[in-house]
Design a protein around this ligand. Structure first.
Ligand code: PRX
Length: 566
């Protein structure tokens, strides 16, 4: 029997206050995610239960009970406090998927500070923009990433501590650096900061079409949504071994890779290693994974690896599969049902929504290619693009919209209230995606309503890549668009006009690619560079990305009446 039981029944009788009661929370009380994910589970008699099974690429293994998570998150909290860090200050987590990242997040939240997880593959420019915007006071990182922090340190006056979790003593600590070993001490008691429902908990950075990345501010009350969605969509149950393949540098990796499973007292496992079909299947076999939350790009890669590796491993422990981050193509659903004996259930949400908004629920009929239906308690519609009124006829494309008010909804963009306000029309929150509804109320994703590139489930801002390209010595102008890709759905493509003294060459192309990889990240690196003499512009001088995008996707170019050269 699934946790949700009947979807229709849950929609009819829904109330968030039932979740509050289940979690022993009364409005106005202290609600602290760090405490809920560790101390509370121990107090429920599960101190000895395994919270985390961890393994890295070298085969090194670690295991932590809920009591370990409680004690070590206390250790992190106490250490940060000893440095003078207090509630409301931003503490960045900049690490690979090491245990310190998962447990550290709880430690930060326990002292009322705000956690700022950032993808450890970010280069110095991506890192700087986000640390500067958040006014981050401390960064917790690993030796291998310190050099990136050092390069930008003098441009970050508010950053006071660089906390290194694996310092080996071989190299001297430099200015502002300090060594910290989470497992040196088990701190039995830590005074939990009395965070309330609206106290900020996490800032996640996400990319838009224009401007710098936006810091999405979440609050401790988001726990209510994350707990229930994980219970009903991921169907997490007492004896599950759960594997979320997302990195906590992105929202899925925190909402459903740290908070939700631990608030439910479930055992989860983490693989700190790159992708290969064999490595993943062998991990599932070794840990007897039962619930698997992954992404379409990974599923497409597994499809590409074929059925032969599937047969070499025992995957019989799997019982429920869920996907998020990009459109899940119907073939992937059909393939997984045939090959694993279980279909992937698509789920749709975003950094700003904080928790799953639309999904295919256990027990509900899956229509391959559809995202499913809104989560109980969520009013989701498709709006007319001009009037912002809900579209009632099935099959008509419009903007996805939600009535605000669910617990995990972002509270604002950090230092950017104007952009936040602009996400609402007629009282609806607009995530910036287009979809259509069918006659049964299922949502079918159509595309984004902006130029943001979704590569393998990660959003990349064309603006950020274009700005970085301009810093390259040979680049005069550029336009960045999405290019179709079989595995990643979209990859970054850059059109580049060179400065007068430079000639196009393959060498220069590589140099530009590497420049972006180092400055921003491997995800933002253009997979292709096309040299052009000039870029298409409007009469007012704005580069027409739309035109280049349409060319890449073989689409109609549409209205070009404002083009410079027409
Ligand atoms: O465009 C939608 C796409 O990813 C965006 C959100 O990205 P991000 O904030 O990075 O969060 C990713 C993980 C929650 C959405 O606005 N997206 C997400 N899930 C789906 C999707 N597109 C199609 N189908 C999905 N299931």
């Amino acid at each position: 029997m699934s946790n949700i039981g009947s979807y229709e029944e849950k929609v009819k009788n829904f109330s968030w206050s039932t979740v509050e009661t289940e979690l022993g929370y009364t409005p106005g009380d202290v609600i602290n995610i760090g405490w809920y994910c560790s101390d509370r589970i121990c107090a429920m008699g599960k101190a000895g239960k395994t919270a985390l099974l961890w393994e890295n690429a070298q085969g090194e293994k670690k295991q932590y009970s809920y009591n370990d998570v409680r004690l070590y998150s206390n250790t992190v909290g106490a250490y940060l406090r000893s440095l003078g860090i207090h509630d409301g200050e931003r503490v960045c987590l900049f690490m690979d998927r090491v245990p310190e990242l998962y447990i550290g997040l709880l430690g930060i939240l326990k002292i009322g500070a705000i956690a700022q997880p950032l993808f450890s593959a970010f280069g110095e420019d991506s890192l700087w923009v986000r640390l500067e915007n958040a006014g981050t006071r401390a960064i917790i990182t690993q030796r291998k990433h310190v050099s990136k922090v050092r390069k930008i340190l003098d441009r970050l006056p508010e950053l006071q501590y660089i906390i290194i979790v694996d310092h080996d003593g071989k190299r001297e600590l430099k200015e502002k650096e300090t060594a910290f070993f989470m497992e040196d001490e088990k701190v039995e008691t830590l005074e939990i900061f009395p965070t309330l429902a609206e106290t900020p908990s996490i800032i996640h950075y996400t990319s838009g079409t224009t401007g710098q990345p936006k810091g999405v501010k979440h609050v401790h009350y988001s726990l209510i949504s994350q707990y229930l969605t994980a219970k009903w969509v991921l169907d997490l149950q007492e004896n599950d071994i759960y594997w979320c393949t997302a990195d906590p540098g992105w929202v899925t990796g925190t909402s459903y890779g740290i908070i939700a499973p631990w608030a439910l007292g479930v055992t989860q496992c983490v693989l700190d290693s790159g992708f290969s079909a064999e490595a993943w299947y062998s991990f599932i076999e070794r840990y007897k994974v039962t619930v698997w939350y992954s992404a379409p790009t990974a599923i497409r890669s597994l499809m590409k690896a074929g059925e032969e590796p599937v047969r070499r491993f025992d995957l019989s422990s799997l019982r429920h599969l869920v996907s998020v981050g990009e459109p899940l193509n119907p073939e992937a659903v059909v393939w997984s049902e045939r090959v694993y004996g279980l279909p992937f259930h698509d789920s749709y949400w975003q950094t700003e929504t904080g928790s799953i908004m639309i999904s295919n629920y256990p027990g509900m009929k899956i229509k391959p290619g559809s995202m499913g239906k809104p989560f109980p308690g969520i009013t989701g519609v498709v709006l007319n693009t001009q009037t912002y009124e809900p579209i009632t006829e099935p099959g008509v494309i419009g903007l996805i919209a939600f009535r605000p008010g669910w617990p995990a909804m972002m509270r604002t963009y950090w230092n950017n209230e104007a952009t936040y306000r602009n996400k609402f029309r007629n009282g609806w929150y607009l995530p910036g995606d287009r979809a259509r509804l069918d006659a049964d109320g299922y949502f079918w994703f159509v595309g984004r309503d902006d130029d943001v590139i979704n590569t393998g489930g990660h959003l990349v801002s064309p603006f950020e890549v274009e700005s970085a390209l301009l810093e390259h010595y040979a680049v005069a102008e550029s336009a960045v668009v999405a290019k179709p890709d079989e595995i990643n759905m979209e990859v970054v493509k850059a059109f580049v006009a060179l400065k007068p003294d430079y000639e196009p060459s393959a060498e220069l192309e590589l140099d530009i690619m590497n420049f972006i990889r180092k400055r921003l990240s491997p995800l933002a690196m253009p997979q292709e560079i096309e040299y052009v003499e000039n870029l298409p512009k409007t009469r007012s001088g704005k580069i027409m990305r739309r035109l280049l995008h349409a060319k890449e996707w073989g689409e109609e170019i549409g209205d070009t009446s404002t083009l410079e050269s027409d």
